[in-house]
Write a protein that binds this ligand. Structure first.
Ligand code: SAM
Length: 204
């Protein structure tokens, strides 16, 4: 997976490649999907949701430009896989999931693996967690109609928000970087995600 799906397709951050090598993806998929755990695709995890394709998890992590000491806010815990990867790349991860059942299952996996620096929160992550910000990095694993204003406001100086934004015909993974009062956007590339449902996302 690391050589064929990630390195060959432009993932070059060594810390991200190591983290992706280390996290046992098969423990984050339902029993009946274990055989396909390292396939180059998203897989169903229940509640109508998916664990993302390995490449997109790595691309988001790389675009967050993590060095190690950061506090990261993650929206869309899903199976908890990307949270476990982020936990190896940053000091602290707060992850929000709107489906309580998925959040509980993700938390159980994370505790079972003895990962100490991930906190799972149930709720609408489209507004972030203003009382816990600012964050050096914010990762969103669901497509928003536009960059949620609240998330941009919770970025620390120099902080990065990586989020898929719905555009005509495709979702575009986009990095937003706070520079003083400005937030500078850079498009990373096309992707496909489930919708971000919530106050600053799509209606359910
Ligand atoms: N990163 C996850 C993983 O590694 O398994 C996969 C995430 S899945 C593609 C997107 C997740 O975002 C879904 O579990 C969905 O329920 C969640 N989601 C959608 N809108 C949300 C919101 N407003 N707040 C929190 N979670 C949300």
């Amino acid at each position: 997976m690391v050589e064929r799906q990630l390195r060959r397709r432009g993932i070059s951050d060594q810390r991200v490649l190591e983290a992706m090598r280390e996290v046992p993806r098969e423990l984050f998929v339902p029993e009946e999907q274990r055989r396909r755990a390292y396939a180059d695709s998203a897989l169903p995890i229940g509640s109508g949701q998916t664990i993302s394709q390995p490449w997109i998890v790595a691309a988001i992590c790389q675009s967050l430009e993590l060095a190690g000491p950061e506090r990261v806010l993650e929206i869309g815990t899903g199976s908890g896989y990307s949270s476990a990867v982020l936990a190896l790349l940053a000091a602290e991860v707060v992850t929000i999931e709107r489906h309580a059942e998925l959040a509980q299952e993700a938390e159980a996996r994370i505790r079972e693996l003895g990962i100490p620096n991930v906190e799972v929160v149930v709720g609408d992550g489209s507004r972030g967690l203003p009382e816990r910000g600012p964050f050096e990095a914010i990762a969103v694993h669901a497509t928003a109609p536009r960059p949620p204003r609240s998330l941009a406001e919770q970025l620390a100086e120099g902080g990065r928000l990586v989020i898929p934004i719905a555009q005509r015909g495709a979702d575009m993974l986009t990095q937003y970087r706070r520079r003083g009062d400005e937030v500078v956007a850079e498009v990373i590339g096309p992707c496909r995600f489930v919708p971000l449902i919530g106050e600053e996302g799509f209606e359910s």
